[in-house]
Design a binder for this molecule. Sequence first.
Ligand SMILES: [Zn+2]
Length: 76
Amino acid sequence: MPGLTVSKLLLLIFVVLAAWWLVNGFRRNRAAKDAAEAAPEQMVTCAHCALCLPRGEAIAEGDKFFCCEEHRRLAG
Ligand SMILES: [Zn+2]
């Protein structure tokens, strides 16, 4: 029965493609989620005293970061 074999083959291809698409989509979502969660934890170094602190707590000036307003002022 060649007709049945082709149908099964097409079904198998469809299932494999669907599974591949699902896994790929899941991985992409997970990677994007990991990147979003990792972003706030990025550490920067104070250009004056070399203290490490989260980027969100640092004071940025140009491409440099400082741990506090005083160090930003002293470096400038
Ligand atoms: Zn500092």
